[in-house]
Design a protein around this ligand. Structure first.
Ligand code: NAD
Length: 309
């Protein structure tokens, strides 16, 4: 299994580390328009690989080097500076994705390749990448709200005293400020959240839920304020998505992909079944009227920004 990572900055390097540590790939090629940076990352990661799984990690100086890649992960582009929103990156990263996708497509097998988008604003970049690549939407996948959902599960785990592995809780919509916490579908093991709270005598009133949702929405801003960027969470999310594809796991992940037609066409995160062929099904979770309204609003925000590019 050969993986290409385009953009080897903070996020690309973290993704390479996490992917290398899965043990599921034999070769990772790194491309960055800053060739010195890519070479240095390949050297450092190659040294790290000698302590674990035997993965060949090389920097390539042009797109011919990505030939034969089964999956291409795109982590290139401007990142948020403190106080900046993901949508603030729209113009800069439209140029980046427009530069990268045609070059990628000239060097991969369009019948099989899967493209994973990490670049923000994520959902708009997924739409752009799908349009430029002309690949089926099922094979142009954004990590979407996988990370936001992980943040939600982590907070709930501490609040409820239950492992994150036993919590099914999803954040839907935009990977950004309009994302929606889908409280209506949360289950703890086989039990709905309200029932779980009753049985365990844990109080989780609306005010607490709103505070949790606020923490999820603001997690990236807080991390960027504290350490300049976010990378470990997205690295792990990308590696998890990759593992799900490579092993044809058919797990349900909140990833972003294009769906709908005409003016309804939009990319956003919903629970989707992911396997070796990419996304094989999209599921509509239980939603309150307020959550449905918020999700529609989120889709409109993504679409408006896509139309603006
Ligand atoms: P960074 O500045 O550290 O690295 C970006 C890299 O992209 C640089 O090495 C740069 O040389 C390279 N690059 C830029 N344009 C390029 C091009 N046209 N071709 C090839 N390489 C190019 O930034 P970062 O912190 O690694 O963030 C990268 C992206 O990931 C940002 O858009 C950021 O917002 C996004 N991000 C997404 C998530 C998520 O959950 N999806 C989480 C964190 C960051």
């Amino acid at each position: 299994m050969k993986i290409a990572i385009i953009g080897v900055g903070t996020v690309g390097s973290a993704v390479a580390t996490a992917v290398k540590n899965t043990g599921f790939v034999h070769e990772i090629v790194l491309y960055d328009r800053d060739a010195v940076r890519a070479t240095a990352a390949a050297d450092d990661l190659g040294h790290a690989a000698s302590f674990g799984f035997d993965v060949k990690i090389t920097a390539v100086s042009n797109y011919r080097g990505i030939r034969g890649s089964d999956i291409v992960i795109i982590a290139a582009g401007a990142n948020q500076k403190p106080g900046e929103t993901r949508m603030d990156l729209l113009n800069k990263n439209t140029a980046v994705i427009s530069d990268i996708i045609p070059r990628v497509m000239s060097n991969v097998d369009a019948k099989h390749v899967k493209i994973i988008i990490l670049t923000n604003p994520l959902d708009v970049m997924v739409m752009l990448a799908q349009k430029l690549s002309r690949l089926p939407a099922t094979r142009v996948i954004g990590t979407g709200t996988m990370l936001d959902s992980a943040r939600l599960r982590t907070i709930l785990s501490r609040q409820l005293g239950v492992s994150t592995q036993s919590i099914n809780a999803y954040v839907l919509g935009e990977h950004g400020d309009s994302s929606v916490v889908n409280w209506s579908s949360v289950t703890i093991g086989a039990i709905g959240l309200d029932d779980f709270c009753r049985q365990t005598k844990i109080s989780l009133p609306m005010t607490t839920r709103n505070t949790i949702a606020h923490r999820v929405h603001n997690a990236a801003y807080e991390i960027i304020r504290g350490r300049g960027a976010t990378w470990d969470g997205i690295g792990a999310a990308a590696a998890d998505l990759l593992r799900c594809i490579i092993n044809d796991e058919h797990r349900i992940l909140t990833v972003s992909t294009v769906s709908g037609t005409g003016t309804d066409m939009v990319a956003m995160s919903l629970p989707r079944i992911v396997g070796a062929n990419g996304i094989t099904a999209t599921l509509r979770p239980k939603m309150s009227a307020a959550e449905s309204t918020a999700l529609r609003r989120s889709g409109k925000i993504i679409r408006k920004n896509y139309d603006a590019i």
